[in-house]
Design a protein around this ligand. Sequence first.
Ligand SMILES: O=C(O)CCC(=O)c1ccccc1C(=O)O
Ligand SMILES: [Mg+2]
Length: 369
Amino acid sequence: MKLLEVILYEVEMNMKTPFTTSLGTMQNKKFIVLEAKDEAGTIGWGEGVAFEEPSYTEETFKTSLHMLEDFLIPTLLGTEMAHPDEVYEIFRPIRRNQMAKASIEGAVWDIYAQQQNKSLAEVIGGTQQKIEVGISIGLQPTEEQLIATIGRFLDEGYKRIKVKIKPGKDIELIRTIRNAFPNVPLMADANSSYTLNEIELLKQLDEFNLMMIEQPLANDDFVDHATLQKHIKTPICLDESITSLNDARKAIEAGGCRVVNIKIARVGGISEAKRIHDYCAEKNIPVWCGGMLEAGIGRAQNVALTSLGNFTMPGDTAASSRYWDEDIITPEVTVDNGYITVPQAIGLGYQVNRNALEKYTIKKRIFSI
Ligand SMILES: O=C(O)CCC(=O)c1ccccc1C(=O)O
Ligand SMILES: [Mg+2]
């Protein structure tokens, strides 16, 4: 296979409700859609999910555009590939920029799955026919609103609740939630807002029977997380710190995490996400699929990835309607009683809704050879 044409769409969609973390608030999402065409005319879709601000990781919407236009698309156009795993190797000389790389790698996987007459889930080795889903809830203006929001999502069937915490909104917040929902599978995500100076405070979280605490310390750290894990019973899950298989290996060897949140975009694509999954399975480290407020294409990839066997904990891939009034795929991703059924249709398993895509596109460019 080789790509002959890539269409880059800059897209903007308003979110139904703002999403707030210790990093800030998002009300709308600018993202990238890539439509790649190979020499047989097969079309594959990818999504670039980096946020507009470099607060979650260093990448942004604009750095992704720069990397794609000036390096990644020109490198890939016309390059013969036998398997999508080769994309990661082809991009190896280009440092980091995982989200930009993942956006085009996903389109190659979509084309490959179609060539194999298989669904994306099947072609990557997925075995689970339906996946258990949880939901990530941002910081809310009041505790009353948080409790009401959690209750609403539990009524919708979500299997685990993840809430955001930050210094000053932590122990008492979790206590309030636990009092209201004593038995709900619950976890907290700090998005790197603590340091080891707060170790005594973080120890207090042990009394709430949390499934895990996600990324309490610095985004680029394994060592301090290992120290913290020695002092707390709650399992540490790493998100921001894991940007590659090597990161996962080092973090696990150091004792810096007992659970891994895998995000396709953060690790440079589906191939590396699968390698991290396989490595964690070998080490008995459970994994789950994190989210980047994806629109339909990214969401569809998450569903396929989560069908791999070691995704044993509910992830953050909620229904399309979690964030969007209208998604850019049909059918939209739906959640039934806390489960998403993994589609069996070939390729992504969902069709891109071109009318919706055009409606939300602010700019479009064509690259070809
Ligand atoms: O619902 C989603 O897509 C994930 C929401 C989420 O938790 C999140 C949203 C924005 C930035 C970082 C994170 C995170 O997983 O840490
Ligand atoms: Mg996180």
